[in-house]
Design a binder for this molecule. Structure first.
Ligand code: AMP
Ligand code: MN
Ligand code: MN
Ligand code: MN
Length: 288
């Protein structure tokens, strides 16, 4: 399987903070020419069997997926897991523990927003939530946009939901070593998601990559909807420096909100080893 395969290994459904069902995402991915797909909901794998079944019914190969929220030196970092056993009990327990606390955090976000004059945001955000264990800042953003408080999600995050802003509630997520271990011990591969998004210093980034690798992490997203073309080159070089496999994924959430559609990214730079080469035996093949 070459680096030119149209693989999209990062997106979200209603099971976390996307707006499409796993089945609708599978159809959209297939329609856009995706040949190997993974649904990677935040801290949650309950969409995996549906996604795999929908993909295979369409003739599209599938890798199981998840995006775990991790706290690394006071920064939230996302670790994607690919190709794990979706029925693994330790992974399920780890993810449940990671989701735990989202409810209280959301109530606190609502209370803080009320103090700056935005009432009913917690209840409002809940109306957009499909999975009661997975209320996210994205649901608040949708509520604030639809009620006219902000023009788009970007403005909501800039004004209210990021560090230092009135609706930001700090939260401790999973530990890096735990997240990597849950994925690996379930038979999968851990991948650093969209590294350019974290705005780490060079030293902090080096520490993240080194610790990730010491824990057994094996991949990094190089081509993602969150990176610029210059960042593809930066993280292609990082992948080579650390001997990590490279992944590709749109991080698609919603037709109206996401600027990068499923399957619509450029290919991986040719000198890299694609994650799907190492995950060969973990791919759920569609009948052909
Ligand atoms: P949470 O896991 O509740 O902290 O929410 C994180 C989610 O918020 C991410 O997965 C993105 O979907 C979304 N998000 C973060 N920053 C932004 C932004 N600047 N604009 C739009 N969505 C964002
Ligand atoms: Mn998200
Ligand atoms: Mn992410
Ligand atoms: Mn994501």
């Amino acid at each position: 399987m070459s680096h030119l395969l149209n693989a999209d290994l990062h997106c979200h459904s209603v099971v976390s903070d996307g707006t499409l069902t796993p089945e609708a995402l599978a159809a959209r991915a297939h329609g856009n020419g995706v040949q190997l797909w993974a649904l990677t909901d935040h801290d949650e794998i309950r969409g995996q069997h549906r996604a795999a079944a929908a993909a295979q019914a369409l003739g599209m190969d599938y890798l199981t997926g998840v995006e775990i929220s991790v706290t690394f030196v006071d920064t939230t970092v996302h670790i994607v897991g690919l190709g794990f056993d979706a029925d693994d009990a330790q992974l399920a327990r780890g993810l449940a523990a990671t989701r735990d606390g989202r409810g209280e955090r959301a109530q606190e976000i609502g209370a803080q927003l009320a103090r700056v004059g935005i009432r009913g945001a917690y209840e409002g955000a809940l109306c957009y939530v499909d999975n009661p264990e997975l209320i996210s800042r994205t649901h608040f953003a949708r509520y604030l946009v639809d009620t006219g408080h902000c023009r788009d999600a970007g403005e909501v995050f800039r004004k209210y939901l990021t560090e230092g802003k009135p609706g930001f509630v700090p939260h401790r997520w999973a530990r890096l070593g735990d997240a990597v271990r849950w994925i690996r011990e379930a038979g999968g591969m851990a991948v650093i998601a969209h590294p350019a998004r974290y705005r780490l210093t060079a030293n902090e980034e080096y520490a993240l990559f080194s610790e990730f690798q010491q824990h057994g992490g094996q991949g990094v997203e190089v081509v993602t909807g969150s990176h610029t073309a210059a960042e593809y080159a930066t993280y292609a070089a990082m992948a080579q420096e650390f001997g990590l496999a490279a992944s590709r994924g749109s991080d698609f959430h919603s037709p109206g909100e996401s600027h990068t559609d499923l399957g619509a990214l450029p290919g991986l730079p040719g000198q890299l080893t694609p994650v799907w080469q190492l995950l060969h035996e973990r791919i759920l093949r569609a009948a052909r």
